[in-house]
Write a protein that binds this ligand. Sequence first.
Ligand SMILES: [Zn+2]
Ligand SMILES: [Zn+2]
Ligand SMILES: [Zn+2]
Ligand SMILES: [Zn+2]
Length: 178
Amino acid sequence: MGYSVGIFVDEVDDNLLCSICSQVLQDAVLTPCGHSFCQECLDQWLARPERITCPHCRGAVIREQARPILALRNFVLSLKIHCVNRSLGCEALITLDTLTSHAETCGHSIVQCAGCQCTLKRIQLPDHQTRCRVIAALIQDDEHALEAPRSDSPKDTMLSDLSGRVSTLEAHIQQMKA
Ligand SMILES: [Zn+2]
Ligand SMILES: [Zn+2]
Ligand SMILES: [Zn+2]
Ligand SMILES: [Zn+2]
């Protein structure tokens, strides 16, 4: 599948469209008959044994004949696009090749709080984490654990009491049997 036409800032030339998916060419390849497609689209088209023809002109094509068009790939990657989070308020205009790196830092990307698992925008995360109840509780638990070492915890005292009583009982039973 190619890049969605809607993400591009300027109108895209018809020559940059893949005639299989009707989107902007992704990893463009050229057939011997002179037609270009997304690599993935053409691969999928030619994957069926009965399809050994160009989807556009029906000229004969086999997979090995389709060549990458590097100049065209680079040109497409240099086109200006809107951030994928445009609908969430990101106004950034970026080039297609920086799409991934921008999304990793875009303040409007949706992220998840590691504490309460709620989802929110990246720019809201620091503020949320200072007020997140789950994170506050986790920090408090950590502090308690430091104050009270494990061996002295009430649960352990109860358990050793209990096993002491059990062995006393067992001794009584042995005496009754004798
Ligand atoms: Zn395509
Ligand atoms: Zn063709
Ligand atoms: Zn953005
Ligand atoms: Zn949270």
